[in-house]
Write a protein that binds this ligand. Structure first.
Ligand SMILES: Nc1ncnc2c1ncn2[C@@H]1O[C@H](COP(=O)(O)OP(=O)(O)OP(=O)(O)O)[C@@H](O)[C@H]1O
Ligand SMILES: [Mg+2]
Length: 468
């Protein structure tokens, strides 16, 4: 019983999952960009303060006394955004302001990308409460070392501002990207997939309905290929189904006709018995042929009825000696036909097979009877035609070969050899023997093949798994 499924709810749909994944990935990407950029932001900020500090000390260089008055000093320091600056020149040390007590000293000359990242988060963590010192070369003259002291508050404020900007931008960016990805996926994948899913479900419920058929796609990508292949498969299946339904109806009708025909023939055969006692030479001549024809017709009817009724019964496997079975087959055919055929059972006594004995008997009977029909009446230098049975092991299989010295398989029979009702060339043959043999062998996990066929004879080969 197939389980019922339907298209998923929007929350569990592919597009919803992809939407969330896209947002997550874009945010992750933004974080990866944010970490180095916030460290760079802090470095640039400090360098700007160092540069401003250096500029402020220029007024000291300009004054002859090397000092400036207090008010100017305060203005200069405020302008530069620092508490104190010391400029280390090769000749002297120039200083503005008084060195405050500091909690951290950062030397930009020794900074690495990693320490810059750590220091940036250190600033954010301390909330701008610290007073720090920073040393670095002056951007105006890299040969000069500038040492500044400053409060971290302004740096912290700018960094928080910057982080907020990045955060908001990330949110907008990820939403925009996710929306675009969502829409394109929806258009390119989800909608066609949903159409395909709905069509599969509809097809499962009503495979014969043509108006729910999926159309072939003009797209040349994977989805297009899936859709086209599925459309072709549905069309093929629909056709096969229609044909099967027609055949089933036809089969039922044929069975009914056959049934009645067999009864009529049985009646006719009963009546024809009275022809035997007739003294009319003409009647005596045609009576046996008439009876033979009716017997063939009756066999055709019952074979067809049996085939129509046959249910594939699982093989009841057991282990037995193949040689004995072949002996039985030969004895049965000889008993029925009793004509001039030489039989050879070359199967080794030790060959044990695992199979349904009755079913394998049927297979060997069909093949044996075909071979017997092929060599019937053949007489050459060696005497009558020969049918031989052989068996040997190959890997995990037993191979059984039935070979005859007959004239080979007729061209007209070859193409449909294993198809029911299709390959018969025998007068009175139904064309079921090989089809049934194949069905049985396949149910055993093996198969039947035509090994060779020519003017010097025919050989069929059975493959039978050995089992455990
Ligand atoms: N050993 C053989 N040598 C030559 N032709 C063969 C041989 N075995 C099968 N054939 C050909 O294959 C055809 C199909 O064989 P199959 O056993 O399926 O049907 P059938 O013998 O015609 O009818 P039945 O259903 O009564 O067996 C035969 O009619 C015959 O032409
Ligand atoms: Mg046959």
């Amino acid at each position: 019983m197939p389980t019922t499924s339907s298209t998923p709810s929007p929350a569990r749909s592919l597009s919803a999952r992809l939407l969330l994944l896209t947002i997550a990935f874009v945010l992750l990407g933004e974080i990866l960009i944010y970490v180095p950029s916030i460290s760079r932001f802090r470095k640039v900020y400090i360098e700007e303060r160092i540069s401003a500090g250096h500029l402020a000390t220029q007024s000291l260089e300009a004054s002859t006394s090397g000092r400036v008055d207090r008010q100017l000093e305060e203005d200069l320091l405020n302008h530069a955004g620092v508490l104190a600056v010391t400029l280390h020149t090769p000749r002297a040390r120039l200083m503005l302001g008084r060195l405050p007590a500091v909690e951290r000293v950062f030397d930009l000359r020794a900074a690495t990308p990693w320490t810059l990242i750590v220091d940036a988060f250190d600033v954010l963590w301390h909330g701008g409460e610290r007073t720090i010192r920073a040393l670095g070369p002056s951007p105006q003259d890299p040969g000069l070392l500038v040492d500044i002291s400053m409060r971290e508050r302004a740096l912290w404020n700018s960094m928080v501002d910057y982080s907020w900007r990045i955060f908001n931008l990330s949110i907008v960016l990820s939403l925009l990207t996710a929306l675009m990805v969502y829409l394109s996926l929806q258009l390119l994948m989800v909608r066609p997939l949903r159409r395909i899913t709905e069509s599969v479900i509809a097809f499962r419920d009503q495979p014969e309905h043509t108006d729910i058929a999926l159309k072939s796609s003009t797209r040349r990508d994977e989805i297009g290929v899936v859709q086209t292949e599925l459309a072709n498969m549905q069309a093929g299946l629909r056709q096969a189904l229609a044909q099967k339904t027609r055949l089933a109806a036809l089969g039922a009708a044929v069975s009914k006709i056959n049934h009645d025909l067999r009864n009529l023939l049985a009646n006719a055969m009963l009546l024809s018995d009275s022809l035997d006692i007739s003294q009319d030479p003409k009647v005596k001549q045609i009576a046996p042929r008439l009876v033979e024809s009716m017997e063939r017709a009756a066999k055709l009817c019952s074979d067809t009825l049996n085939f129509a009724r046959a249910e594939t019964v699982d093989p009841q496997k057991r282990r037995f000696a193949l040689k004995d079975l072949v002996d039985e087959v030969i004895a049965t055919i000889e008993g029925q036909a009793g004509l001039m055929v030489r039989w050879r059972n070359e199967v080794d006594e030790s060959t044990i097979v695992q199979a349904d004995r009755d079913q394998l008997f049927r297979v060997l009977m069909n093949l044996g009877r075909n071979a017997q029909q092929a060599v019937q009446g053949q007489v050459d230098g060696d005497g009558a035609g020969l049918v031989s049975f052989m068996a040997w092991q190959s890997g995990r299989e037993i191979l059984i070969e039935i070979a005859d010295t007959g004239p080979g398989i007729a061209e007209s029979a070859r193409d449909h050899l294993f198809e029911a009702f299709a390959g018969s060339t025998h007068p009175g043959g139904t064309g079921l023997g090989l089809a049934i043999a194949r069905e049985i062998m396949r149910a055993h996990g093996g198969d039947i093949e035509l090994d060779r066929s020519g003017s010097d004879g025919t050989a069929f080969r059975l493959r039978l798994p050995m089992g455990r």
